[in-house]
Design a protein around this ligand. Structure first.
Ligand SMILES: Cc1ncc(C[n+]2csc(CCOP(=O)(O)OP(=O)(O)O)c2C)c(N)n1
Ligand SMILES: [Mg+2]
Length: 669
């Protein structure tokens, strides 16, 4: 049983040194890794001094109020060093992070997973592990802070984002996109502590990299300096300077990986395996930490708990300001992520007018119509594009850009940084108060995929507006024409992939993406114009069940044509041809596989037609379609890469036509 710790309200207990505090992190890390017989002791042992200074003297946090919106964010981008974070959360008194959890490091169902996982415990601000992602998330968090501060003022929003990143994070390409964007936007409340230990898994970093990181960050518009990361006062002084910088700050902390381990310190051997009994005994002696495994003596723990209480007055003062704030309700609504009813009204108004007017529009334009309708009633919607604003149609006319001069906008020019954009959107969503959406071409989901996967894993409401979704984009050719992307995205758990067929469906899919609070959504949209197929208005969202009968068969149903997006109108055309020959054919629009697969079997069978011929039409690869059409169904789509030519020519060339669908039916009747 843990001793009950009295909670002193002042500074750390006299007699407890910085070294004791840092050593408690080191010991917990090496002991937990040893017990789990797996994990990464080196990074926490090397960065223990830096983390002690950060948490002890700078970080604004309150373990009793871990969701306090104005807390500083701490992101452990070097997620393999998870024990550093778990140790800090335990030591400073986060209720959920008990000593038992530390002892259950890396075990099934524990809060202390191998890498920090968002949602497993309070104080874990984002899921990290894929190197570089945390750093890029932090840029989104820092942008969110500025946007929210511009809107609600410093009384409610005035916090910093701190990151610990390692050599690996800085070697990853995504780091470049992230630091470049942060420098451009002058995110001066973003502070990165670089674990400059010159070691990664393969050995000394000199094997693979010779970047001058300080020069690199400075070139991107950052303040950058190097300190001895084992010298608490030097780290504190650098953090002090970073507090008042007019730009984001990098502090390269020269550390020794596995600090204290007699033989393994400073080597890759300390990176990712248990140190072993002998080395741990040696480390205990060298560090002056004579206590048994998992024991942090009461005075030292009390000193840490005092640090955990340091933020209480700031929290209470914030609570008072919040209680008195005129816009408290709106602030809380945004932080809670609740939608206004006006959003649904706006969606329905779009549906109603377009079903009456029946315009011929590319769904990327349909999406802009929806964004135009939503922007005035959903101010927390923050859009953007990776340099394809005019192509993705992501910017509503009145949206003001977020710039270093004015953070009060709702549109972010992400530049040609798809991966950085996607990861920043995760940070925007995680921060709270913002619903991010961002655009690029669907083909470049490949450039975003690691971050999309984390949106899904973390259950974050991020909306990806991905246009030019097939060979229909035309002349740009096969490098720009998605083939396997829909299948690859559909394979990802907890991601809704929408491919709407017209403006009405686009509005419905937007509505569903906004309502999808526990996961990301992809809107796959066309470059080319499509007819309006839904000309009968209903407030009901027909896309909500994933698929529905768009056009029933006349007479006995012998054929079901199942299509998504731009191919639904081809299915409608094929149906007309079949009906003209007396063959009863129904058209099913299937904008979202994931939602359809959640429906009861009776609904699914009812929609797809229990017997008869099933033909799927989608201008993409066939992977996965067998689940709907069975082994004997027909697939009209792509079997290889596309080509460069006008879109309509490509549809003919690759045989994605109503005639091809009719032929596929006849082969099977
Ligand atoms: C994207 C990605 N690639 C590879 C890995 C596997 N990996 C984990 S840690 C690591 C080395 C990281 O080196 P560094 O950041 O210097 O960590 P240190 O050894 O100093 O703790 C690698 C390659 C990963 N987690 N993420
Ligand atoms: Mg390293």
């Amino acid at each position: 049983m843990e001793a009950v710790i009295p909670r002193p309200s002042s500074a750390p207990s006299p007699g407890v040194s910085h070294r004791d505090m840092a050593n408690s992190i080191r010991a917990l890390a090496m002991d937990a890794v040893e017990k789990a017989n797996s994990g990464h002791p080196g990074m926490p042992m090397g960065m223990a001094d830096v983390a002690t200074v950060l948490f002890g003297r700078f970080l604004k946090f309150d373990p009793l109020h871990p969701h306090w919106p104005d807390r500083d964010r701490f992101v452990l981008s070097a997620g393999h060093g998870s024990m550093l974070l778990y140790a800090l959360l335990y030591l400073t008194g986060y209720e959920e992070m008990t000593l038992d959890e530390i002892k259950r490091f890396r075990q099934l169902g524990s809060r202390t997973a191998g890498h920090p996982e968002y949602g497993h415990a309070d104080g874990i601000e984002t899921t990290t592990g894929p190197l570089g992602q945390g750093l890029a998330n932090s840029v989104g968090m820092a942008i969110a802070e500025r946007i929210m501060a511009a809107r609600f003022g410093a009384d409610l929003v005035d916090h910093r984002t701190y990151v610990i990143a390692g050599d690996g994070c800085l070697m990853e390409g995504i780091s470049h996109e992230a630091i470049s964007l942060a420098g451009h936007l002058k995110l001066n409340k973003l502070i990165v502590l670089f674990d400059d230990n010159h070691i990664s898994i393969d050995g000394p970093t000199s094997l693979a990299v010779s970047d001058d990181q300080l020069a690199r960050f400075r070139a991107a518009g950052w303040a950058a300096e190097a300190v001895d990361g084992q010298d608490a006062e030097a780290v504190a002084a650098a953090l002090g300077r970073a507090q008042s910088a007019d730009r984001p700050s990098l502090i390269a902390c020269r550390t020794t990986i596995g600090y204290g381990a007699p033989k393994k310190a400073g080597t890759a051997a300390a990176h990712g395996s248990p140190l072993g009994a002998e080395e741990i005994a040696g480390a205990r002696a060298k560090l002056g930490w004579p206590y048994p495994p998992f024991v942090v003596p009461d005075p030292i723990l009390a000193a840490w708990r005092a640090i955990g209480q340091r933020g209480q007055p700031a929290f209470e003062a914030w609570q008072k300001r919040h209680a008195a704030h005129a816009e408290r309700a709106e602030f809380d609504r945004r932080i809670d992520g609740d939608l206004l009813a006006a959003a649904d009204l706006a969606i329905n108004a779009v549906k109603k007018s377009v079903s009456a007017e029946a315009p011929k529009l590319a769904t990327r334009q349909s999406s802009l119509k929806v964004i135009e309708a939503l922007a005035p009633v959903l101010p927390e919607l923050v859009g953007g594009s990776a340099d394809l604003t005019g192509s993705n149609n992501t910017k509503a006319k009145d949206m003001v850009p977020v710039t270093s001069q004015n953070y009060g906008g709702t549109y972010i020019y992400y530049g040609v940084r798809e991966h950085g954009m996607a990861a920043a959107m995760n940070g925007l969503a995680l921060h709270g108060g913002i619903i991010p959406y961002g655009g690029t071409f669907l083909i470049f989901t490949d450039y975003c995929r690691p971050a999309i996967r984390l949106s899904a894993l973390m259950g974050q409401r991020v909306i990806y507006v991905m246009t030019h979704d097939s060979i229909g984009q035309g002349e740009d050719g096969p490098t720009h024409q998605p083939i396997e992307h829909l299948a690859a995205l559909r394979a990802m758990p907890n991601l809704l992939v929408f491919r709407p067929a017209d403006t009405v469906e686009t509005a419905e899919c937007w509505q569903l993406a906004l309502a999808n609070r526990k996961g990301p959504s992809i809107l796959a949209l066309t470059r080319q114009a499509l007819p309006t197929l839904r000309t009968q208005h209903t407030d009901a969202n027909l896309c909500a069940r994933g698929a529905y009968l768009l056009a029933p068969a006349e007479g006995k149903q012998r054929v079901t044509l199942i299509a998504t997006g731009s191919e639904v109108s081809i299915a409608v055309e094929a149906r007309a041809k079949l009906q003209a020959e007396g063959i009863g054919a129904a058209v099913v629009s299937l904008p979202c596989w994931q939602l359809f697969d959640r429906q009861p079997i009776a609904y699914r069978e009812g929609v797809l037609g229990a017997d008869g011929v099933r033909i799927a039409i989608e201008a993409a690869g066939p992977f996965g379609w067998e689940r709907y059409i069975g082994a004997d169904g027909g697939f009209v789509g792509m079997s290889g890469f596309g080509a460069s030519a006008p879109g309509p020519d490509l549809y003919k060339h690759f045989g994605i036509t109503a005639d091809a669908a009719v032929a596929a039916v006849k082969e099977r009747l």
